[in-house]
Write a protein that binds this ligand. Structure first.
Ligand code: COA
Length: 273
């Protein structure tokens, strides 16, 4: 009986077995590569892989529609209508970190610096323009930009100055699929008109259409105005918001920021109880 046959079973000699296992390994590597290639990407990766021309109609189909907000008299600077509020049209644009025009990128950076560099400076993080720019350029970062006014014939918004923006990313946080709002900043004259709420609602709508679990964001505790705004928008402290830490010397260190979140309503409309 050849040594390769024992107990009625065919065994291979070492050399052939080694060759074969190499062949099998490369074959199974190939198979697993093909298997992976044939598998749909997970939701987050799949969403981020979409070019913005496809992302917009799929997840932000209403973005091109102008919306109207009331401007209180003291903000309208229009003496001809002393006791009446005025209405203004606004438009939103959506870009990625790659497609945002550099002048708009700089305007967004300028708004962060104007409204929040002091809060960063007073925090444990400190204000670092280079770190902020780097974060703003993360490949999956997207920008909702608010301007006053009308649209051009090609449906791009006429080049009015930026009044504010919200940047967000479809990502994972603590293993959950979320839409993370990185920044929301309005120029001082555009605050208190409802524009912040409109940007946040648009961000939430995108998250819901993608099918994500919640909207998340980070806020400095010192920014009490923003905390009130988020509260009015329905956010609460997230379960993963950092807890106070007891240091070796016994003192308790309170974190200077909170992580807030809001669940997105992803009820299946076809589900019947
Ligand atoms: C925070 C910010 C985005 C809010 O946007 P906004 O357009 O001014 O807010 P809105 O007008 O849409 O207000 C929405 C709701 O929040 C409330 N709100 C907004 N700012 C508030 C404030 N300072 N104090 C109390 N409530 C406030 C409004 O009363 C409104 O509630 P209501 O609809 O129940 O009346 C904006 O003020 C801003 O850019 N601030 C400076 C930058 C900043 O701090 N960003 C946050 C970084 S974490």
């Amino acid at each position: 009986m050849p040594p390769s046959v024992q107990d009625g079973r065919v065994t291979k000699n070492k050399s052939s077995s080694r060759r074969s296992s190499t062949r099998q390994t490369s074959q199974s590597n190939q198979e697993s590569k093909e298997y992976k290639q044939n598998q749909p990407l997970p939701l987050v990766e799949r969403t981020n892989a979409l070019p913005i021309e496809q992302f917009k109609p799929t997840y932000a189909p209403t973005i091109s529609e102008p919306f109207r907000l009331k401007i209180p008299t003291d903000k309208s600077k229009d003496d001809s209508t002393p006791n009446k509020s005025k209405e203004m049209d606004y438009v939103l644009d959506l870009y990625t970190a790659k497609t945002i025009p550099s002048a708009d990128f700089e305007a967004c950076f300028g708004l962060i610096e104007l409204t929040s560099s002091n809060a960063y400076d007073g925090s444990s993080m400190g204000w670092s323009p280079s770190k902020k720019r780097k974060e703003m350029k993360l490949p999956d970062m997207k920008y909702l930009i608010a301007r006053r006014g009308a649209r051009n014939s090609d449906n791009t918004s006429a080049k009015e100055p930026i009044l504010g923006f919200l940047s967000f990313m479809v990502t994972y946080e603590d293993g959950k699929e979320v839409i993370y709002c990185y920044e929301i900043h309005l120029s001082p004259e555009a605050q208190g008109l409802g524009l912040g709420r409109q940007l946040m609602l648009t961000c939430e709508d995108i998250g819901q259409r993608v099918g994500l679990e919640k909207t998340m964001l980070t806020v400095f505790k010192s920014n009490t105005k923003a905390m009130r705004f988020y509260e009015r928008c329905g956010f609460g402290v997230d379960e993963y918001s950092p807890q106070p830490r007891r240091l070796r010397n016994g003192t308790v260190k309170e974190p200077d920021y909170l992580i807030l979140s809001k669940m997105l309503d992803n009820d299946d409309p076809w589900q019947t109880d």
